[in-house]
Design a protein around this ligand. Structure first.
Ligand code: C2O
Ligand code: CU
Length: 539
């Protein structure tokens, strides 16, 4: 273990191998950063702030489509601004950066097949909220300190609108992106992606949700309106003055730290919020927007973290609906992950329900005493989903995840397949071809690996002998494949690659040719070389 105060789960759902999945909050790695007195957020009064919901984004008008000038499509303008938000009743206001001065930002909503335009405007101060590390590639001191670029995570977007990390723009500038929305109903995640400072921009609050709706979804008659609730979850630590604490390494001129774990878990920007709900079924749209924390979430009948979790149904993963609703009582959500779930409050009228991790309370639902009308009945199946067909792959790539440490065992850099960002592109899949990407994790951490543009299916996750691999580059498996969680059997765009396992995904490179990126979604890793360009080449 390289740092202290981490919570390690030794096993997940029958996994044979030891799994270094950390569930927040676990504090920042104290050994690797300068200590400063922080607010004890665990001592804050619980459930005193109502849960806010992100506001819907409003189009400012219509503009000619860049694809076809005769059609006019909705045009949104979202400005990134510094603002103040009270995250808890008993805390002073905290400075955040957010789209339209909100965090989470306004929720964009699109219908499948109906494109839209967003002008992302940088109206942020010229000085960053947090310490920029100019030794990181792409964040050198000849660049403006505050730079932004927006990526729609999970979106099938053309390269020029995808938010390439080097396509950043500075304060006073903007970029207008085209989103075709030609994909199935799902919850997407927009957030900042500027080269070398993504972790800092995200920690400041630059994030929001983007829903795509379609006819199929409507046919399911899921709970909607007030009964569909977005829950954007992220963790932060706070200083005594109520401002966000982002740790620094203590190394002069090189403040980067290898991970960020906050002491408090916020939902839609509040610590320990509560929400009054009707005694009926709700559709919850969860997003883990944390820089680096994984959560094992469950719903409890009381305010303890040990109570038996209530059953709920997962109906969708990152890229839309599962084949069938899965009854579960815990859900692992890594950075960038989304989950679509149905939670039934009918049996809890007049009582409370709590959302929690393994180690911390997150929020409270206060269920009304009166019975509520509820005509929704969960279908037995949701949609046809074929088993991933390995034989469809024309290329298999073995890609390592590795951590390079200094004498003290602290991370210096983490690389994908031993390559730095600026090295020539090595992953060049052909448009419309299918490949297997086999991630060989040589580190002792779980890494959430995300590919832009595509959706994929997980083939398997399997423990292997690390020592043998390091000597001979040969994969010798030490056990059988680990059972995938229900949500991992759906369409994904981010996959958890556990330590000392090989995780394989089957990906079809559909949509567009051009330059994209793949990376670890622990933003501290991503900012320090755990990100690579890849290029979809036209056949
Ligand atoms: Cu959610 Cu490349 O990121
Ligand atoms: Cu990582």
């Amino acid at each position: 273990m390289r740092t202290t105060r981490r919570v390690f789960l030794q096993k997940i759902s029958g996994a044979a191998a030891a799994v270094g999945l950390r569930c927040g909050p676990a504090g920042h790695p104290a050994s690797a950063s300068v200590s400063e007195k922080l607010l004890d957020t665990s001592a804050l009064a619980r459930f005193v702030d109502p849960l806010p919901l992100p506001t819907p984004a409003r189009a400012t008008g219509l503009r000619p489509s860049p694809k076809e000038a005769r059609t006019r499509i909705p045009y949104y303008r979202l400005a990134m601004q510094a603002f103040q938000m009270k995250v808890h009743r008993d805390m002073p206001p905290t400075t955040f950066w957010g789209y339209d001065g909100t965090c989470p930002g306004p929720t964009l909503e699109a219908r499948r097949g109906q494109p839209l335009l967003v002008e992302w405007r940088n109206e942020l101060p010229a000085k960053h909220l947090f310490a920029v590390d100019h030794t990181l590639h792409g964040a050198e001191s000849d660049k403006p300190e505050v730079r932004t670029v927006v990526h729609l995570h999970g979106g099938r977007t053309a390269p020029e609108s995808d938010g390439y990390p080097e396509a950043w723009f500075a304060t006073g500038q903007s970029a207008t992106y085209h989103y075709p929305n030609e994909q199935e109903a799902c919850a997407l995640f927009y957030h900042d992606h500027a080269m070398g400072i993504t972790r800092l921009n995200a920690a400041a609050g630059l994030m929001g949700l983007y829903f795509i709706r379609d006819e199929f979804e409507e046919g399911l008659q899921l709970p909607r309106g007030a009964y569909e609730m977005p829950l954007v979850i992220f963790d932060r630590s706070f200083r005594l003055d109520g401002q966000i604490h982002y740790p620094i390494s203590g190394k002069t001129g090189a403040p980067w730290v290898s991970e960020y774990y906050g002491s408090a878990i916020l939902v839609n920007g509040r610590i320990f919020p509560y929400r009054e709900v009707a005694a009926r079924q709700y559709r919850l749209r969860l997003l883990n927007a944390s820089n680096g924390s994984f959560y094992r979430l469950s719903f409890s009948p009381d305010a303890s973290v040990t109570a038996e979790g209530l059953a709920f149904h997962q109906i969708g993963s990152e890229q839309g609906f599962l084949a069938a609703p899965a009854e579960i009582n815990t859900l692992i959500l890594g950075p960038g992950d989304r989950a679509d779930i149905i939670l039934d409050f009918r049996g809890r009228a007049g009582k409370d329900v709590y959302l929690r991790t393994d180690v911390a309370m997150v929020m409270q639902f206060r269920v009304a005493a009166e019975k509520a009308a509820d005509s929704f009945s969960l279908p037995v199946t949701l949609r046809e989903m074929s088993k991933p067909l390995e034989s469809a792959a024309v290329v298999t790539r073995e890609l390592t995840l590795a951590d390079y440490q200094n004498r003290l065992g602290r991370s210096k850099v983490m690389l994908l397949n031993g390559a730095h960002w600026a090295m020539p592109v090595t992953e060049r899949p052909v448009l419309n071809s299918t490949e297997i990407w086999s991630f060989v994790n040589l580190t002792d951490d779980s890494h959430p690996i995300h590919l832009h543009l595509v959706r994929f299916q997980i083939l398997d996750r399997r423990p292997f002998d690390l020592a043998v691999y390091q000597l001979s580059k040969k994969l010798v498996f030490t056990g059988s494949t680990v059972e995938l969680a229900a949500g991992e059997r759906g369409w994904k765009d981010t996959v958890r690659v556990d330590p000392m396992t090989v995780t394989r995904i089957l990906v079809k490179f559909e949509g567009y040719a051009g330059r994209y990126v793949w990376h670890c979604h622990m933003l501290e890793h991503e900012d320090n070389e755990m990100m690579r360009p890849y290029e979809v080449v036209a056949s």
